[in-house]
Design a protein around this ligand. Sequence first.
Ligand SMILES: C[S@@+](CC[C@H](N)C(=O)[O-])C[C@H]1O[C@@H](n2cnc3c(N)ncnc32)[C@H](O)[C@@H]1O
Length: 361
Amino acid sequence: MTEERPLSPPPKLMPRIGSRGAESFLQEGKVLKDALSRCFPPGTTFEPGMRFLDFGCGVGRLESQLTRESRTLEIWGCDIDEEGIAWAKSQFGPGFRFFVNDPKPPLDVPREHFDMVLAFSVFTHIPDGWRDWLKEIRRVLKPDGLAFLSFLSVVPFVKTVGPADRLETEGMVVDGAENDWSVGGPQVYQTNAWILENWSEVLPVRAIFDEGLTFQSLAVAAKRRADGPPFVVQPFVRQYPREGYRGFVDHDPWQSGNWWLECGWCSAGDAPPLNGWFVSDHAPLKSIHAVAPDGREIPIEHKLRPDLGAAYPKVRWAIDSGFTIAPDALRAMGRGRHLVTITSTDWSGRAHWMRMQTTIR
Ligand SMILES: C[S@@+](CC[C@H](N)C(=O)[O-])C[C@H]1O[C@@H](n2cnc3c(N)ncnc32)[C@H](O)[C@@H]1O
């Protein structure tokens, strides 16, 4: 395979990986590669000689973007799909090793073999047996190895299944349990809280990137808990997306010393402000309000966000969509956990809101 000739699997292999065609295969591969490196903990890079496994690699959508890296890394990919793996084996160069795995563990690899294991859009299709597969990933990871595992959380649930209440009550919901792979297999949805509690029993989850993989969220789990501060977890920003109206809170889950650590801490005085944004496709924002659980208004400022102009080139007023909340305004809620609601309205009269679990220690 050369970088000059983008790979394009035959159409019959596309439904299983949810790709619409050659162009989308290429774009999605780039998104996966970009997402992976953005979720690396500080100081983590692809080091020469590193070995990584793409568990449930399909036909190698991610690998199609890793030709350069394959010269210095050992890139392994496995899947239960014999046809997809046969195709990948026939297309990729010598830096790649593909193999078919059984539907149940173990994998045919020695213990402590990999520096990293990824599973993109794989646990989203494993309603049963997820615990055994997590244990198997733990077995094949080196002692300080990392796992990057995507899951479907509240945002896609609301978009494709129904109101968030059901997922928030049950923690994990399976949709289309009987679906076969010609229509993409069963879909599993989980809340961040469920992932933290259940996956961490096997592999401690150290960070969650909400929608880190665009539609899917990404959990980063470590085989061994690192020394120092324990888990750094992104705020549970709950969005209830509407067509053409989005909101988000900026946050680097690896950054310490900030407000939104579920199991972390807040050192006095040096917490950064909370920044976020709402973008409506219909009209400029009219107002943004933040409210504490007791109904008290939290001061919030409108902010210019030139970066959103680039992210939403078709929305003329996107750069006027940011907000910021000063640390003192959050600190005024007092110690403990607080569910802060941030609501915006646009000039067409629509409103959109998100909730953020905030811990003040
Ligand atoms: C949506 S596709 C994603 C493929 C690939 N990770 C990507 O992002 O292009 C899901 C893949 O998971 C694979 N899969 C499901 N259960 C698996 C298991 N127990 N072991 C290995 N692969 C599995 C499926 O065969 C399918 O290729």
